[in-house]
Design a protein around this ligand. Structure first.
Ligand SMILES: [Zn+2]
Length: 238
């Protein structure tokens, strides 16, 4: 779960997040945009920015996001993964507690699909509280406003993916799994100190919720092991 934190001012050294190496794991994610025709829904370019932001954060943590188009095809190819609902209505959440940006429903069994809900209206309100050099969000150029909304959606989703992959609703004091994100952070790239995982969180990532594609490729392409041995290695992934 990720409520918003309205805070002005953000100190920190800006450094681009970059992948440290080829990701060893991938996570299947299926996005469903539940949008009524009459609603003011984010256009596809914003959804693409959301995906880019989520992907960038998790790539820096050595997890590749595999976006899938169909849940039916996805469950055949991936025993576990995350379905994401982009919701265009407000959650049952008291206004005095701030904005609820997103939440995660853990699967009933450990290695099954999870469900995340991203509350788009709440995220719009979170983004609308950004100030740039003292100027309100409504005065920002459209391109920058799009960037901020895409980042906010992507970071909220990245946080919920963390809940899914770690398998807990608990929060950390720092990094991606903080309980609250401040709107002003959206003005900068997703820098490592703010969007990293601790070594403890990295160690807790549930392997049965990801596909270890990179490992499988190495076995398939370079191993001279007999087929029976390859099969046992594949079983090790589960
Ligand atoms: Zn959370």
């Amino acid at each position: 779960m990720l409520p918003s934190l309205v805070a002005l001012g953000l100190a920190g050294v800006v450094a681009a997040a970059s992948p440290s190496q080829l990701p060893r794991k991938s996570l299947a994610v299926h996005v469903i945009h539940r949008c009524l025709p009459t609603a003011n829904c984010p256009p596809m370019r914003i959804v693409t920015r959301m995906k880019d932001e989520t992907e960038r954060i998790w790539l820096s943590l050595d997890v590749q996001i595999a976006w899938i188009d169909s849940i039916d095809a996805g469950t055949e190819a991936h025993p576990a993964g995350l379905t994401v609902m982009l919701e265009e209505f407000d959650p049952p959440w008291p206004a005095e507690r701030g904005f609820l940006l997103a939440e995660l429903h853990q699967p009933a069994s450990a290695c099954d699909w999870g469900l995340a809900r991203v509350w788009v209206r709440q995220i719009r309100r979170h983004v609308a509280s950004v100030r740039r050099e003292g100027h309100p969000f409504t005065t920002l150029p459209t391109a920058l406003a799009d960037t901020l909304l895409g980042r906010a959606l992507g970071r909220a989703l990245a946080h919920e993916i963390g809940h899914y992959l770690i398998g807990t609703a608990e929060h950390a004091a720092h990094g991606l799994m903080r309980a609250r994100f401040a709107p002003q952070e959206l003005l900068a790239d997703a820098i490592q100190p703010l969007y990293c995982l601790s070594s403890h969180e990295r160690a807790a990532l549930m392997s049965c919720r990801t596909d270890r594609h990179a490992d499988r490729m190495v076995v398939d392409e370079t191993s001279s092991s007999p087929p029976a041995d390859r099969k046992s290695r594949a079983a090790d992934r589960e």
